[in-house]
Design a protein around this ligand. Sequence first.
Ligand code: C2E
Ligand code: CA
Ligand code: CA
Ligand code: CA
Length: 280
Amino acid sequence: AKQSGRNCFEFFNHNLREQAQARMDLLKNMRYGIEQKQFDLYYQAIVNLDSGHIHKAEALLRWRHPTRGVISPAEFIPLAEESRYINPLGQFVFTRALQTLTVLRAQVDANFQLSINVSPVQFSCLDSGIDQWPALLKAANLPPSAIVSEITEGLMIAPEQLTQQRLKALVKSGMELALDDFGTGYSSLAYLQQMDADYLKIDKCFVDNIQADNQDLALCKAIITMAHQFGLKVIAEGIETPEQQQLLLGIGCDYGQGYLFAKPLPEQEFLALVSNQSTT
Ligand code: C2E
Ligand code: CA
Ligand code: CA
Ligand code: CA
């Protein structure tokens, strides 16, 4: 028993060490990866559920690692946040989004709007560069409302004063705001009203199980009604079936995002997708 216990411990220990090593490797690679331009933005269509038109999209970060292939943001964003590499990455996301937006507005729709994900860490680090965003938009000849910042509910629960000030400044500049993953956290209605957000994104977990006459459908309906009363448009995430699309349209949802319409695509493929729609 003693022997096997010891083996167990060593196995456990070994695994932990391996995991820690993998994290360290990824961290070391991250700095190099930023320099080597291994990061790229993909774009996922946000579809107007009523008209089927696409004049919005969400920018999603991808890491093309030379040996590991494409690494998911779910894996590297937490590391980037801990290490503060999220700040240079966030600046890359913003400037890259502006470039794509310029092309989209010239070639597809003059009012095209892109959403970017902004980490709470970017709001709490003074050197994240977010305060320069309104000026960068202006320099690129784009109106502030061309960019939507997606923030999670986490940011809304007792935010630091600095975070609150900087968020307010972005909103005041005319940039738009979306509450991401709505329903998974604890944000109250009071925050919704206070933050003056423009969009509410219903999390995929609610969309997954909606079917006629069930509780998740009733919940989505209640969220949509409430959001509309606060003057927010609603985007449902993770729509994978025509049934989900129909049900959401039926309860007044404004926009949808999900594999049913399109997966996140590299810039050129996304451009091809949305250019086709404007000619048909
Ligand atoms: P998110 O902001 O909630 O983004 C939506 C995620 O759902 C994306 O995963 C997208 O690919 C996925 N998705 C969309 N439609 C469907 C569907 O129909 N079915 C399924 N199964 N999935 C769908 P992704 O790209 O892996 O991103 C994961 C998370 O990483 C994002 O969740 C966001 O929190 C974070 N993230 C991505 N890019 C950035 C970034 O530039 N900055 C920051 N701070 N976070 C980012
Ligand atoms: Ca998002
Ligand atoms: Ca606004
Ligand atoms: Ca989300």
